[in-house]
Design a protein around this ligand. Structure first.
Ligand code: NAG
Ligand code: NAG
Ligand code: NAG
Ligand code: CU
Length: 188
């Protein structure tokens, strides 16, 4: 009897601790789910930047789980950061206006305030890549990371094909944007 009672206390303490650990804002629809259904591992989409603000590419490659991103850019002014970078829902329109790329890819309805907890990436907006993988200081940037929650299966949330990558400066202004374009197979 006493042993059962101690067990109950232990369980109570454990759930309290779990409750505190989960005091982190997550999506209204819950935590983001890993994408494990990419149709073709290695499928590659590229956003190409060629403006005064930034030059280079953000490459997205379908992985076993999620997307492997590579940011390879130059030109971000070192005194205007730190820079954020996101997947926004819409492609860049013909006008080139970054204002018209819509909001962040956010299928779980997390929104970007309060800022997300990078150690718990599943609680972040899917498109909030800098929130999950770190701001950029500027200068020459080469950065690689896997994001489990982005994908290239058109029927799943988290689909990034044809959406845009947007860089924001330290003030939050959208300083550059480019649409993710599929690279066709060049073999055979
Ligand atoms: C839980 O998070 C809310 C919102 O961020 C905060 O106001 C509150 O103080 C936190 N509670 C604890 C116990 O950390
Ligand atoms: C895309 O995801 C759906 C739902 O999870 C799955 O049924 C389908 O097989 C996937 N598509 C491909 C090409 O793997
Ligand atoms: C994705 O990145 C992981 C970790 O670096 C690597 O093991 C894997 O081979 C990569 N997948 C693709 C398709 O590039
Ligand atoms: Cu953004």
């Amino acid at each position: 009897m006493q042993r059962l009672f101690s067990l109950a206390i232990l369980l109570g303490v454990a759930s309290l601790t779990a409750g505190q650990a989960s005091n982190v804002t997550t999506g209204a629809l819950g935590d983001a789910q890993p994408v494990t259904t990419n149709p073709e591992i290695g499928e590659t989409w590229v956003a190409t930047f060629d403006s005064d603000a930034v030059k280079g590419t953000v490459t997205a490659v379908a992985a076993e789980v999620g997307i492997n991103y590579t940011i390879d850019v130059t030109g971000l002014a070192e005194d205007n950061g730190p820079y954020k970078y996101h997947i926004h829902v819409s492609p860049v329109p013909e006008s080139g206006s970054c204002a018209d790329t819509g909001g962040h890819l956010d299928p779980y309805q997390r929104r970007d305030t309060p800022p997300c907890e990078s150690s718990l990436p599943q609680t972040c907006e899917v498109g909030d890549l800098s929130g999950k993988y770190g701001l950029l200081a500027g200068g020459d940037v080469k950065k690689e990371f896997n994001d489990a929650y982005s994908g290239l299966n058109t029927t799943e949330v988290g689909y990034i094909g044809g959406r845009s990558v947007v860089f924001h400066d330290g003030s939050g202004a959208r300083i550059a944007c480019a649409t993710l374009v599929k690279m066709e197979d060049v073999c055979e």
